[in-house]
Design a protein. Structure first.
Length: 451
């Protein structure tokens, strides 16, 4: 057997083993059995090889590979730190050089809007940690009854039990009888295209603000701990807030003493063209959560950032904060994050988003918006969404969207269908030419799906 045949045999054996022994997340086992797994091969820059085909990764993995694949600096940082100190943690005051440096760097990146950081591994456990920090804050403030969490329809906050409960997409709930009764209350999402029909942007923001305030009054502000918002709602369909919405939310939360928690697991580290989306939208959350782009997912890491309003209260405690994970403060994760941030800064990737990606994406979306199958095309930074109107029901529009995604895949572009919305989250290193090529592929994919 020559080397090529031997490699093909290994791949084929792996795929059989995978179907037999790997329980995949969010995968229908019968479809997997029928079609087999999609094998990720090698990846470089904005390109990934899937089932042997080289594609533009218009999704950056799962909205996480911000600096693109195969970056030498990140790989070296991981190797070097792993060799020096393969593990350390944050319990009972232990730390490491890279974790201390990363904490300071994150404070600087946020202009000290957040001055202390708690580390975890995933977006879900960052959000779980944010809930416990909010509860602890209220306990120290002498208001332990504040336990209700507010989140929004179409929200996605992760997949642990509590993060699923915070999530506002039914699909994630029904198999587990979530959300937990009384702990999470959902309010409307700022989804103008589908939920704000007939209203001007100002009227819609007013309506959303009034219904949020009504809900807080109904529950009683003295019972509400925090309101979770993704500045741009990701998995719910890349829903971009109308101007003034996030400021209105902040004003209401401040008025009722409710902590505002920005989930920037997707939007953090450059997706809007600013380092964080709260900076782009100019509002001030009390707590921020981040993951994915913090290391471009070369290594699992997440963080919860706390504003001084919160740390001032936490620092009054003369006791342990009884929460933490084995990997809270992993030195290798921190080294990779520092290298990742250096790559974003040294290569001026935020400028690339603003000057190259965003204009190309806006041009492409403006053109696609005129397509009869497209109800709304929206974009900001590296994120774009096509909200389809082809078909008379949501189910038909969803089926159409899935067809477009398959056609785009066949033409060399990875996208993400989210019910009737096709989502794109390009790596920050993408060129205008790569965005233009992706837009051409999309147009052809939509036309093919209509046949
Ligand atoms: C906004 C948001 N929050 C939280 C999460 C959960 O992150 P993880 O999958 O790392 O747990 C995600 C994942 O996609 C997300 O998009």
């Amino acid at each position: 057997m020559n080397q090529i045949d031997a490699n093909a045999q290994i791949e084929s054996d792996c795929l059989i083993a995978d179907v037999k022994h790997h329980l995949h997340p969010v995968t229908n086992p019968q479809t997997l059995e029928k079609l087999g797994p999609i094998l990720a091969g090698d990846a470089e820059g904005v390109y990934v090889r899937l089932n042997g085909e080289k594609l533009i990764d218009g999704l950056s993995g799962l909205g996480c590979v911000n600096v693109g694949y195969g970056n030498e600096k990140l790989c070296r940082a991981a190797y070097t730190e792993m060799k020096r100190l393969s593990f350390s943690h944050g319990f009972v005051g232990q730390t490491s050089k890279t974790v201390a440096q990363l904490s300071e760097k994150l404070a600087k990146l946020t202009n000290y809007d957040f001055d202390k950081f708690f580390f975890a591994s995933t977006g879900s456990d960052a959000n779980e940690s944010a809930v416990k920090l909010a509860y602890y804050y209220w306990r120290l403030k002498g208001q332990p009854k504040r336990k209700v969490l507010l989140s929004r329809e179409y929200a996605y906050h992760g997949n642990t039990v509590l993060a699923t409960a915070l999530t506002g997409i039914e699909h994630y709930h029904f198999q587990f009888d979530l959300p937990l009764a009384n702990l999470v209350t959902r309010v409307e999402a700022p989804y103008a295209y589908r939920c704000g029909v007939g209203l001007t942007s100002t009227e819609y923001v007013r309506k959303l603000a009034e219904s949020l305030e009504e809900k807080i009054r109904e529950i009683g502000p003295e019972n509400v701990a925090a309101f979770f918002v993704e500045p741009v709602q990701g998995a719910g369909g890349l829903i971009m807030p109308p101007r003034g919405y996030l400021q209105a939310v902040q004003e209401i939360c401040n008025r009722h003493g409710v902590l505002l928690i920005a989930d920037e697991v997707v939007t953090g580290f450059g997706k809007t063209g600013s380092m964080f989306a709260y900076q782009h939208y100019q509002f001030k959350p009390d707590i921020i959560t981040m993951a994915k782009g913090i290391t471009s997912s070369y290594y699992p890491l997440s963080a919860v950032g706390l504003s001084q309003k919160v740390t001032d209260v936490l620092s009054t405690a003369n006791e342990e904060f009884v929460h933490g994970f084995t990997n809270s403060g992993h030195p290798v994760a921190a080294a990779v994050a520092l290298a990742n941030i250096e790559v974003i800064e040294e290569n001026r990737l935020l400028d690339n988003v603003k000057n190259a990606i965003e204009p190309a994406l806006r041009r492409g979306m403006e053109k696609l918006a005129k397509h009869p199958a497209v109800g709304e095309a929206r974009s900001i930074g590296v994120m774009a969404a096509l909200d389809f109107c082809h078909g008379n029901s949501l189910a038909e529009q969803t089926a159409f969207c899935e067809k477009v995604a398959l056609e785009a895949f066949a033409r060399g572009l990875v996208t993400r269908p989210m019910d009737p919305v096709l989502g794109l989250l390009f790596p920050l290193i993408s060129t205008a030419a790569e965005i233009d090529e992706s837009m051409t592929i999309l147009e052809s994919a939509i036309n093919a799906a209509m046949l």
